[in-house]
Every structure is written in structure tokens, then in C-alpha cells.
Design a protein around this ligand. Structure first.
Ligand SMILES: Nc1nc2c(c(=O)[nH]1)N[C@H]1C(S)=C(S)[C@@H](COP(=O)(O)O)O[C@H]1N2
Ligand SMILES: [Mo]
Length: 329
């Protein structure tokens, strides 16, 4: 595909859109397109769908170019999934809470890869967006991400053509984006143009310089979503009536699924278990906790634990514990 013929830049440079009320806007299980954050590093683009195609190359027996018509004629699947930005790659320890929960639809990446004949040595799948531009002083390095082949072949990983029942808008990465449920949004490459199977991780800035977290022993790619939860209601700085019961509610999520949510109403001194819904697909889970405030100011917090027993840090992490302050009178 010749990028210049079919791709039009509609916004040059980094872009971030979030709802005005932040997480307090997220009152519904499925997040509307208008309430879902938008992030791009280098540009927003619009692609002529009739000229679009996906190149599959690298360690495959039959490299090919797939048209949108062919993508749409494959078996289509739906996956409900939490969609969360890992935050700025320049300040990875800051909690940004850019998140939503959406229904993606499209063919499975695995169906396309199997049709191309995966070679034995292929251990990573690289995915590349069709936009170009500048980010953090780096010029003309395509947005390339990578996945270990095991995750790339998992049934939930889609070449999404629709979100919430509508064709993907240009801002969402249409006509086709990769969606990697359970993993941070940065891995879900928009405006997908090329898939390459390889024996190593991808060499570009978005997999080497950015999106690797420091650990005590080295670094770890920003892949699986760590346990996290937010109080949606009451909102921060809300006033409530004292001595009358209210419901503290919100969403909890993790790649491995959340098994327990706890609430503190005394500034994180003591914790009590909230009621928690089961997970559907890779979606977020609703929690609720009934509480009757005495008159005064209260700090309310939520924390959760995933199916592996992992919890959340108190501070200095993208998934640090979320709190709101309310005053009762
Ligand atoms: N091609 C391309 N894909 C991309 C990005 C990008 O800059 N270019 N940003 C990633 C990041 S960091 C996030 S959080 C999600 C945002 O997806 P959304 O804008 O649909 O919410 O897209 C990911 N996919
Ligand atoms: Mo992101």
C-alpha cells in the first residue's frame, strides 16, 4: 500500500482526549465512543478503505496482502474488553486513569496468521501503524509494537473493524486496528498496515526506548494490565447527606480478572470487602459498597486483587490506589 496515495493526516503531533469528568463520567458498563479517551503519539490519519490492505510478512510461508473485503469475509467475533492507556511513556509512574470498556468486533488475528503459514522459529508478532510524524523528538519512526506469539494466537486478539456495534472511526484506528484484550492500550495498534512475524522483539522506539517498566532485576514490557479499580460514584469533592446510606461504586479490572475489591472510608486505615460482579470476556467488573457517612469530610478509597493475588501499590504507579474526598452534612 502506498501510504501517500491513501493516507491523509488530519492532526499532526501528539493528541490526548479524555472526558471532562474523568473516571466519574464512566457510569455505564459499555463506554460510549464520546466518553472513551483518544490517544495518538504522532498523528491522527484517515485512510481510504478501498485502497487499504494489510501486509503479512516475515516468518510466514506465504507472505500476502489482505484487502478489507477479505478481512470482512472472515468469521467475525465479538470481545468485550477494558481499554486502558498505560499513561505517558515519558512519565510511566504517574496514574492517569484513562480507561473505558468497549465491545470490539472483527476476525481473529490467529485465523489470518494460520492462513499465512507460521514458521516454527516465529516467536513474536510485530504490528505497525500507517501514520508517521514526530514524537518526543524522534522523527519518522513508525508506530510498531510487538506481542509474544502465544498472545498473538489467543482467541481474544482481534483485527477489529468495529467498536460498540459501529465501524471503527478514523480516530479509533479504522478501517482495521489490532485489539489485544487484557493488555494495555498501547499494544492495540491503530491504522494497522503491516504484521511481521519475527524471532525477536521489535527494534523501534515504542518497544525499546518507551513502554518498558523498570523492575528490581531489569525491565518488563508494558503488556498485561495490572490490577486497578476506580470509584466512579460519589465523585471527588461531592457533598452528601450525613446519616443517610449511599452506595460507593465503580469498576475493577486486571488482565487476570479481579477476585476481590476492598473499600476504605477512613483514609486507608481499614478496609472492608465490596460486592463484586463476575467478569465477562475481558471486561471490567462492577463493585458496590453501602455506607452511611457521619457528618464531616471523608476520604474513600478502593483497592483490588487479581486472580494471582496481586494487589495495587499505594502510590507512584500507574495502577496506584484511587481515592475521592466527600463531605457529609
Ligand atoms: N498506530 C498507532 N496505534 C496506537 C497508538 C499510536 O500512537 N499509533 N497509540 C496507542 C496507545 S498508547 C493507546 S492508549 C491506544 C489508544 O486507543 P484509542 O485512541 O482508541 O483510545 O492506541 C494505541 N495504538
Ligand atoms: Mo496509551
Amino acid at each position: 500500500m502506498k501510504a501517500s496515495d491513501t493516507v491523509r493526516i488530519t492532526h499532526a503531533g501528539y493528541l490526548l482526549q479524555v472526558p471532562d469528568r474523568g473516571v466519574h463520567a464512566l457510569t455505564e458498563y459499555v463506554t460510549d465512543d464520546e466518553k472513551l479517551f483518544i490517544v495518538t503519539h504522532m498523528a491522527l490519519i484517515e485512510i481510504d478503505p478501498s485502497a487499504w490492505c494489510l501486509r503479512v510478512d516475515g516468518m510466514v510461508r506465504r507472505p500476502c496482502e489482505i484487502t478489507l473485503e477479505q478481512i470482512l469475509s472472515l468469521p467475525q467475533y465479538e470481545v468485550t474488553s477494558v481499554h486502558e492507556c498505560a499513561g505517558s511513556p515519558l512519565t510511566p509512574l504517574e496514574a492517569k486513569r484513562r480507561v473505558g470498556n468497549v465491545v470490539w468486533a472483527g476476525p481473529r488475528l490467529s485465523d489470518v496468521l494460520h492462513a499465512c503459514g507460521i514458521e516454527q522459529e516465529a516467536s513474536y508478532v510485530w504490528s505497525e501503524g500507517l501514520e508517521w510524524g514526530e514524537f518526543a523528538g524522534i522523527q519518522n519512526q513508525p508506530f510498531v509494537k510487538d506481542l509474544p506469539i502465544e498472545k498473538a494466537l489467543a482467541p481474544e486478539v482481534l483485527l477489529a473493524v468495529a467498536m460498540n456495534g459501529r465501524p471503527l472511526r478514523a480516530e479509533r484506528g479504522g478501517p482495521v486496528r489490532l485489539v489485544v484484550p487484557g493488555w494495555y492500550g498501547t499494544n492495540s495498534v491503530k491504522w494497522l498496515g503491516r504484521i511481521t512475524l519475527a524471532g525477536t522483539r521489535a527494534p523501534g522506539p515504542y518497544t525499546t526506548r518507551f513502554y518498558n517498566d523498570l523492575t528490581p532485576t531489569g525491565s518488563r514490557p508494558v503488556w498485561q494490565i495490572a490490577p486497578e479499580c476506580v470509584v466512579v460514584s460519589p465523585a471527588n469533592n461531592d457533598s452528601v447527606t450525613s446519616d443517610r446510606q449511599i452506595c460507593i461504586e465503580g469498576w475493577a479490572w486486571a488482565d487476570a480478572g479481579v477476585i476481590r475489591v476492598e473499600i476504605s472510608v477512613d483514609g486507608r486505615q481499614s478496609w472492608a470487602e465490596a460486592e463484586l460482579d463476575e467478569r465477562r470476556d475481558f471486561g471490567w467488573q462492577h463493585f458496590r459498597f453501602h455506607w452511611t457517612p457521619a457528618a464531616g469530610e471523608h476520604q474513600l478509597s478502593c483497592r483490588c486483587f487479581d486472580a494471582h493475588g496481586a494487589g495495587q501499590p499505594d502510590a507512584s504507579a500507574r495502577n496506584e490506589i484511587h481515592s475521592v474526598v466527600v463531605s457529609a452534612s
